[in-house]
Design a protein around this ligand. Structure first.
Ligand SMILES: [Zn+2]
Length: 322
């Protein structure tokens, strides 16, 4: 193969001889060639990059755009979470707490634990500091609101269980079937039917036939069962808690003992006419913190016999006594 060599005629012997360039010249030629190449490459590269951007730059720009999109989606989710938490807070303050007679959670407590410039000191000094701080503070706000709401709902739940228990213990049903008319009520009697003297009547009488079923009017514990010293004959007294007691007098038969825990609707005995009584009837009495109350204000007789019996059956199905 022919190589790229230069030859010249030697006039002394008329021979072609290879021209040997001095190494310095060769090197300078290389240097010139390399310099031109580099300059051309730089010019080309800078023109190309300025016009179109380098592949790495393009990738980075794409990644930045992608991140911006991701951040905006996260931001939207954060706003949705804040809206949901605010809706929980509104229900909490305007519905659950008022129904259960609970105070609202103070605003200062709901807003405690986030905010303040010093809190985000580590995020200051960057080009996108405002952006980072706004996201971080939103996340902190959500965390705080969620914690406060969790505690609030926990106390609402506990209060509602307590409220349900309290409601179950209130003596709020009629102790005998509602088909029977009401007898003598809570009033001052000029003449007691048996004693014949003026006396206050601290209860509600039900003139029911002997042997009529008598039911506990609320959950509670039997604290008296047997012969009454107060003229009520065979008598049962139930302590309902919350300062409330109910008394059932003149019974012919007693079905419960002292210490028994009763549920509303449980059978406590049968009516009769024992004790100081002018005839068969149930004497029903309610006391609150030692004060005699008018029982008529505690129960609703405006229901049908069928509804009353259905209620007693439903209550009996939940009771442990049967
Ligand atoms: Zn009475």
């Amino acid at each position: 193969m022919a190589r790229n060599r230069k030859y010249e005629l030697d006039l002394s012997d008329l021979q072609y001889k290879q021209v040997r360039l001095p190494w310095k010249k060769t090197f300078l030629q290389f240097l010139l060639w390399a310099s031109v190449s580099i300059i051309l490459a730089v010019i080309y590269g800078s023109v190309f990059e300025n016009t179109f951007g380098s592949p790495k730059e393009k990738l980075l720009i794409q990644q930045v755009e992608n991140l911006k999109l991701q951040y905006s989606l996260v931001g939207r989710e954060l706003d949705n979470s804040l809206n949901s938490l605010n809706s929980f807070r509104r229900s909490d303050d305007s519905r659950y707490r008022p129904i259960l007679d609970m105070d609202s959670v103070p605003d200062s407590y709901r807003r405690a634990g986030y905010g303040g410039v010093l809190r985000y000191r580590d995020l200051t000094g960057y080009a996108n500091s405002d952006f980072l701080i706004s996201y971080r503070s939103k996340v902190d706000e959500i965390k705080n609101m969620a914690n406060v709401q969790y505690e609030s709902f926990k106390s609402v739940s506990e209060r509602s269980l307590e409220w349900e228990r309290e409601m179950n213990h209130q003596p709020i049903i009629c102790p005998v079937e509602v088909k029977f008319p009401l007898g003598d009520g809570f009033r001052f009697r000029e003449v007691h039917p048996v004693l014949g003297i003026p006396r206050m009547h601290y209860g509600q009488d039900f003139p029911v036939p002997p042997g009529t079923k008598v039911h506990a009017t609320g959950d509670g514990k039997v604290i008296e069962s047997g012969r009454s010293s107060g003229g009520f004959g065979n008598c049962v007294v139930i302590d309902h808690g919350y300062g409330l007691q109910s008394t059932y007098g003149h019974l012919s038969k007693i079905s419960v003992n002292v210490g028994m825990n009763l549920k509303r609707g449980d059978l406590i005995g049968l009516s009769g006419s024992t004790g100081i009584s002018s005839g068969p009837h149930l004497h029903y009495q309610i006391d609150k913190f030692g004060q005699h109350m008018n029982p008529i204000n505690f129960f609703n007789n405006d229901i049908s016999v069928e509804e009353y019996n259905e209620m007693i059956q439903t209550l009996a199905s939940k009771s442990k006594l049967r």
